[in-house]
Design a binder for this molecule. Structure first.
Ligand code: ADP
Length: 162
């Protein structure tokens, strides 16, 4: 059974992420969408919130599982017996960073393969950071994220008393 992981921050998950996960899920028996918790990094959403949004987004996909992890990605792959890393490519600007990461991960774990799935042209400009900015300044994001993300953004920006 071939099992792959699609790791990322997913802060929050977008339709671009969902597109990549759906295509990967059609290739592998099981796809784990795994949310990275990097203690050095500041996220808009907690891991619990990012997890809840991703769970909601993939609830109709029987072979997509959502998880979270901290520490080195290759250690996580070994612990969970996952063989392949899936990453998405939007533009040449993604490539250099992704290429370096793939080489580093191969250095750390030669048995692990990284594969890249090219996004759809309509998602090539889409990123979690763009969603956070557009929403905050009142722009429409309905076509870019699933409804549960819009609900979480509303709660975060308009209901939180922090
Ligand atoms: P990270 O902090 O690991 O880059 P992200 O959540 O930003 O986490 O992205 C996770 C993966 O999804 C990366 O491989 C990124 O290139 C890819 N990705 C992000 N947005 C899109 C998109 N609109 N279309 C396709 N892939 C995307």
């Amino acid at each position: 059974m071939k099992r792959a992981v699609y790791p990322g921050s997913f802060d929050p998950i977008t339709n671009g992420h969902i597109y990549i996960a759906e295509r990967a899920a059609a290739i592998f028996d099981e796809l784990w969408v795994s949310i990275l918790v990097n203690p050095q990094k500041h996220y808009l959403f907690s891991v619990e919130e990012r997890y809840a949004m991703a769970r909601d987004a993939f609830s109709a996909f029987p072979n997509i599982r959502v998880d979270h992890f901290t520490g080195l990605l290759v250690d996580y792959l070994r612990q969970q017996d996952l063989q392949v890393i899936v990453r998405g490519l939007r533009a040449m600007s993604d490539f250099e960073y992704e290429f370096q990461m793939a080489l580093m991960n191969r250095q750390l774990a030669p048995e692990v393969e990284t594969i890249f799935i090219v996004t759809d042209a309509k998602y090539s400009y889409l990123s979690s950071s763009a969603i956070r900015d557009i929403f905050q300044f009142g722009g429409s994001i309905e076509s870019m994220v699933p409804p549960c993300v819009i609900r979480h953004l509303h709660r975060r920006f308009f209901s939180d008393s922090q």
